[in-house]
Design a protein around this ligand. Sequence first.
Ligand SMILES: Cc1cc2nc3c(=O)[nH]c(=O)nc-3n(C[C@H](O)[C@H](O)[C@H](O)COP(=O)(O)OP(=O)(O)OC[C@H]3O[C@@H](n4cnc5c(N)ncnc54)[C@H](O)[C@@H]3O)c2cc1C
Length: 408
Amino acid sequence: MNYDTDILIVGGGLIGSALPIALASVGFNIIVIDQQSNKLKKARNFDGRAYALSHASGRMLKVLGIWDHIHENTQPILDIKVSDGRAGEGASDWHVHFDHQELEEGPMGHLLEDRYLREALRNIISETPQIKYLSDTEVVSQAVDALGSTVILMDGRNLRARVLIGCDGRSSQVATRAGIDRSGWQYNQTALVCAISHEQPHCGVAHQFFTPSGPLAILPLPNNKCSIVWTEAASRAEHINAMNDADYLKALMPFIGDFLGKIELVGDRFSYPLSLSLAENFVLDRIALVGDAAHGIHPLAGQGLNLGLKDIATLTEVLAIAQRRGEDIGTKPVLERYQQWRRFDTSAMAAATDGLNRLFSNDNSILRIARDIGLASVNSNPSLRRGFMRHAAGLSGELPMLLRGQII
Ligand SMILES: Cc1cc2nc3c(=O)[nH]c(=O)nc-3n(C[C@H](O)[C@H](O)[C@H](O)COP(=O)(O)OP(=O)(O)OC[C@H]3O[C@@H](n4cnc5c(N)ncnc54)[C@H](O)[C@@H]3O)c2cc1C
C-alpha cells in the first residue's frame, strides 16, 4: 500500500504545528494542511495575546528543542493571586495566594506571547525535512479504509497516510466528516483580550480576579507589560468592543485598580466568544483528534493549550511505542490507548473550568459568602494550596515521558 506520508494533520494552529515536531522527533513523516495563508501566520508585531505555559509544558518544549527559540521572551509566573470582588470596589478580603517557593520544581509556568511561539514552531518546521506544511488549502473530503486515510484537497490533490489527525479547532471538520458528535454550549460570555504597559512592576505575579460578569486575568509579560483576558457578558462585550481605545481603557481601569500605577493600552485588541465543545470520541479507526478539536474549554484557568500539549505528548508516546512493537499505528486499538489516557484529564478540566465559571460569574450574595469561605480555606491549607499549584503546573496525574522532560 502506497502512502504519501505516515501521518496527515489537518489544522496547523499551535497544536497542529507542535504535534508534527514531536512526531518527527520519534521518526515519523508528516504532512500538515492548514487553510490560513502563510502571510497571515508570519505577522510578527506585538499584539498582546499570550499563553500561560505550565511547568510540564515547558519541560516538553525543552526536550523538543522549541524552548531554545522562545526562552528569552518568556516571563516566569512566580505567584498567582486569586480573588473575588466587583469592578471599582476591589477584591474582597479573602483570596488565595499561590507562591512558587512552595513548589520544589520552581515557577508554576511561563507567560509567552503568541507571536513568539508561532514563529518558533514555524522555523523548526521549515528546518525539519520530515515535515511538509501545506498552507492556504483545505480538505474537501476524507475517506477511511482498512489500511489508511485519504483526503482530497481543494486543488484536487489526493493525500494518503496511515492515520489522519484533526487539529482543526473546536469546529473540527475532520470530526464532523467522520461523524463524531460534540457536546457543549455557548457561555454567552466574550473574552476581551488586550495588553497594557504599566508604571509599577508586576513582580511576576499573575492575578485572577473573579467579577460578577466573568473573570479578569492579569498575566505578566516581559518589559513591564501584562496581557489582559477580560471576560464579559456577550452583549456588554459587544458594546465595549465598539469603544475607542480611550473609552475602552476607562472601562477596564476599575477592574484593574491602581496597584500597577498608570496603565496604557499597547498593541491590538481581540475578542473571543466563549464556548465549551467536547468531542464524544477522540479516536476512530485511522482518525484521532488533538487539542481544541477534541476539547475546547473555558479559558479561565489558562489550560486549553496545555491540555493540547499533553495530548501531543501522549499520542506521540503511544504511536512511537506501537511503531517500535511493529503494530499498525492507525488502528483503533492503538489509538484508543491515547483516548483512554487523555479522556479523564480533559473531561475533569472541562468540568472544573465550567463549574468555577458558574460559581464565580454572578452576584449572588449567598454564593459570594460560599466563595469567600472556599478561597479562605484553600489559602489557609498548605497541602490543598500545593495540590492546586501542582495541578496548574501540569505536574499531577500520570504524565507521558515528554512532560516529564524525557526523550521517548
Ligand atoms: C482568550 C483566550 C486565552 C487563552 N489563554 C490560554 C492560556 O493562557 N494558556 C493555555 O494553555 N491556553 C489558553 N487558551 C486556549 C488556547 O488558545 C487554545 O486551546 C489553543 O490555541 C488551541 O489550539 P489548536 O491548534 O488546537 O486550535 P486552533 O487555534 O483553533 O487552530 C486550528 C487550526 O486549524 C485550522 N483549520 C481549521 N479548519 C480547517 C480546515 N477545514 N482545513 C484546514 N485547516 C483548518 C485553522 O486555520 C487553525 O490554524 C486561551 C484561549 C482563549 C480564547
